[in-house]
Design a protein around this ligand. Sequence first.
Ligand code: ZN
Ligand code: MN
Length: 458
Amino acid sequence: MKPIIGLEIHVQLNTDTKLFCSCTTQAKKPNSACCPVCLGMPGSKPVLNKLALDYGLRLALALKCKIAKQAIFSRKTYFYPDMSKNYQITQYEIPLGFDGYLEVNGKKIRIKRIHLEEDPASLIHKGSIVLIDYNRSGIPLVEIVTQPDLNSASEARDFLKKLVTVLNYLGVYDENKCVVKTDANISLEGHARVEIKNISGFKEIENALAYEIERQKHLLKEGQEVTRETRGWDADKGVTFFQRSKELEEEYGYIVDTDLVPIGLSKDLLAKVKEQIPELAHEKVERFIKQYKIKRDDAEALASELLLADLFEKVAKEINPILAARWLRIELVRVLHYNEIDLHKLEIDEAHLIELLKLVESKQITEPTAKRLLEMLIEKPFSPKEYVEKHGLKMISSSQEIEKLCKEAIEANPKAVEDYKAGNEKALHFIAGYVMKLTKGKAKPQEVYKILDRLLKG
Ligand code: ZN
Ligand code: MN
């Protein structure tokens, strides 16, 4: 049975002020950023945040959507303390963008609609009481709704990752400040659909969907039916749980919000927004392959992080791009991961990085030496060139010198030599290691093995 999955993703747009008033989006103290508009006082009048509209359009265009002729807002009526005016301002009848797509692993995932809406307040449950923080009410969100084109939990995760890369590139979202929350609709082909609400994070999406697919399969296997309902996701327990039987969209009694004038989305305006769309990740991948002749794998890994892609281009101007791609994609990422440093917090002087890789490129230092220096560069800035000279770390390239050390190693390890001659290949690694220790990692391992092999077989 094929799982059929559609996602509704709410992304907080990175604006300084709220969607319909000038309250800040960055307030810390609860209920300190509220006004008559975002508190829903009678008679208050909302005014649309122009930047949020621009951001929404930017995203809709980047996802190849058709764009509405006018931005029109509606009231989605419901009664709950998180929205004190008893309706949420959203877009219903005509979304900002529709009929777009995002390609993930070579498959087009269709985007049904993209629209702007305000976030409700946050409810904080403390024992038997509920606290409300209206700082969140009115925060600008963009909601992205896909068609049910996803067929597995991992595909949903990949889609979300790709979407966040697009959001980052567009500069409409800041992953340190903004929240992404996903609702997932999931069914097994031919059976009822279940909605899972409010999942945050890539891993959580995958876990929640994987769990729900299994739950539904199990029900059917037991001869029961899946019922149409809304479920929550308990990340700690790793299970979905029943919340309510599903309401229909029509039950919200949408009505156009006459406080907000329809805003014409002219060709001129769209042309201006288009100018603000930078080269996107998948376009970068194709250009990197063509311009720098690097492998697709490397290009994709570099382009998935805008910071890494920019760093690569700066380095590739100075040194062989294939070498640069390998070092940035594998070694730099490894060192960051090992030291638990976030790429976004990386403070590395490009000039130093270029200097280091030039030493590798010109074979003045060995790769193990370079890796050690890279680890040090992440910690604090220094000139690798000066450091190498000061500490005598230049590669030993003279075969005679290496041969001398190999002979020393052979003499010092008669037992290992004997083992090797008796057919124990591992003994050779031991002797080679001894040589590397003598050279302090300054000889090329391949060279050491070659000479040892010649000396021992001779
Ligand atoms: Zn306000
Ligand atoms: Mn929504």
